[in-house]
Write a protein that binds this ligand. Structure first.
Ligand code: BGC
Length: 504
């Protein structure tokens, strides 16, 4: 256990209130800045050059209310990747996090049939990045499971562990010599909560499928990590992590029930994935195991709906990450649920209601408000609970409406980065920060109505023209100066490639 270096309480007060204590805090040399995207959300070309269907292609195409699926063209990065890299050069980032579309490289989901044009697309993107000394960070799976595999039960099927491992091997074989940062799975906690995919799945899978998925996703991740460790790491020296959605949760007021609700919420939403990998004992959190076992028994199940991990599973999963990819957007306040959830379900197992503070600034997404101190608190909580894990902030972002003037995004970035500097000062080990997202994209069910981009995308133009927003210049300035100058604004929106980067 490390000693906290500076005055945590003082820093926390500063982070909460937004007051400055006049010290200039810097991101040290070697701290990596980046931006991110994901295949379904930006690529388009949904059926070009041999690509197969993912669950999202299928979902949108089977909705008779929709005349076209938002991901069919999306931001058309499949045809615009050179412009995307130019934007990254304009920003001066060190890293670009993007995901590979499983069905673009393996149209039928299995590794028996590889799609060369799909593999070549990622060769071109990676080469273009490396040409400009921008490190690719590859997410292997960002929600877009091959539909063929979903027909076989998706992540509920224990064979999904092998399907993923086989897919991962194809990617390592092809790209490991060039890609040094790998993320196996994006937000298993979103993938596995049936509530998120309500439209795809029969109601009877609630409270069962969630936990089968959690077990299989963890094993798929761990087997992939071990494969890299054994067969690729020595040769290529890269690192492999997993990105977990960690929004901070704290009691609405300080009653015993609300405090307990916060702990339950944290353990069910992210402890389920962090505990098996980062805790000393491994395995799912005790709180989760006890609670699901008790409820399952009351509901007449012969055994807990949460499958157990064997001793070998626990050993395999424990320590299976070089870094913790932290996706953090917001904070919630917790109290015990007033009920009304289907039984059984993940929501009923958790039984926690979430609220927010009136005074927190609202984004263009109903679920997203700005509370930067939550990032600070989440980091300190993880340090305490998991003994200072190495963190990479793999997502943090803000949505607005259309438009190039986006002061609320600039402010969000500045304040969250300031909170991060305090967390670093107080002992958090952070390799880098990645803003979500490089450009406007398909925000899943919300289509293109919620804009997260540093660059605006004109979805009405066939070229999907990209234009830098004000926040792009604000982020660029932070990257250049390595300090946060609160309130700094550019005089105009002109952005050019200005930084000649040296070899990383
Ligand atoms: C997901 C992204 C999504 C973003 C904003 C993240 O949790 O990984 O795909 O666009 O949230 O909702």
């Amino acid at each position: 256990m490390r000693v906290i270096l500076s005055t945590g309480i003082l820093s926390l007060l500063v982070a909460v209130s937004g007051f400055s204590d006049n010290s200039v805090r810097r991101f040290k040399d070697g701290f990596l800045f980046g931006t991110a995207s994901a295949a379904y959300q930006v690529e388009g070309a949904w059926n070009e050059d041999g690509k197969g269907q993912s669950v999202w292609d299928h979902h949108f195409h089977s909705d008779p209310e929709l005349w076209s699926a938002p991901g069919d063209v999306a931001s058309d990065s499949y045809h615009n990747y050179k412009r995307d890299v130019e934007m990254l050069r304009e920003l001066g980032v060190d890293v670009y996090r993007f995901s590979i579309s499983w069905t673009r490289v393996l149209p039928g989901g299995f590794s028996s049939m590889k799609n060369e044009p799909g593999l070549q697309y990622y060769d071109s993107l990676i080469d273009e990045l490396l040409k400009h000394n921008i490190q690719p960070m590859v997410t292997m799976y960002h929600f877009d499971l091959p539909m063929v595999l979903q027909h076989l039960g998706g992540w509920a099927n224990p064979y999904s562990i092998e399907w993923f491992e086989d897919y991962a091997r194809v990617l390592f074989d092809r790209y490991a010599s060039k890609v040094k940062y790998w993320i196996t799975i994006n937000q298993p906690n979103s993938v596995c909560e049936v509530e998120n995919f309500e439209n795809h799945l029969p109601k009877s899978t609630k409270g069962v499928m969630d936990y089968l998925c959690a077990k299989h996703v963890l094993l798929a991740h761990a087997r992939t990590y071990r494969m890299y460790e054994k067969e690729y790491k020595k040769k290529y020296g890269g690192s492999v992590g997993i990105s977990i959605s960690v929004n901070w949760a704290e009691p609405a007021t300080n009653t015993t029930e609300n405090v307990e609700a916060a702990e339950i919420y944290r353990e069910f939403t992210y402890g389920m994935y962090l505990n098996p990998i980062w805790s000393k004992s491994g395995d799912f959190p005790k709180l989760v195991k006890d609670r699901v076992a008790k409820k399952s028994k009351e509901q007449g199940f012969v055994r807990s709906r949460l499958p157990s991990l064997t001793k070998d599973d626990i050993k395999l999963i424990k320590g299976s990450a070089d870094f913790l990819g932290l996706n953090h957007y917001t904070t919630f306040l917790t109290s015990p649920s007033k009920g009304g959830h289907p039984v059984p379900s993940f929501a009923d197992d958790v039984s926690v209601d979430l609220t927010t503070k009136e005074e927190w600034k609202q984004s263009h997404s109903a679920w997203l408000k700005s509370a930067p101190y939550g990032l600070y608190k989440a980091c300190l909580h993880l340090n305490k609970r998991y003994d200072y894990p190495t963190i990479f902030i793999t997502e943090n972002g803000w949505s607005t409406d259309k438009g190039l003037q986006d002061p609320s995004r600039s402010e969000y970035i500045q304040q969250y980065l300031k909170a991060l500097l305090f967390a670093i000062e107080d002992g958090t080990e952070v390799l880098g920060y990645i803003y979500w997202s490089l450009m406007d994209n398909v925000e899943w069910m919300a289509g293109t109505s919620e804009r997260f981009g540093l660059y605006e995308v004109d979805f009405d133009s066939p070229e999907r023209t990209r234009t830098a927003r004000q926040s792009a210049l604000v982020y660029k300035r932070i990257i250049q100066k390595r300090v946060v100058e609160e309130g700094w604004k550019p005089n105009n929106l002109k952005i050019t490639v200005s930084k000649v980067k040296t070899e990383l």
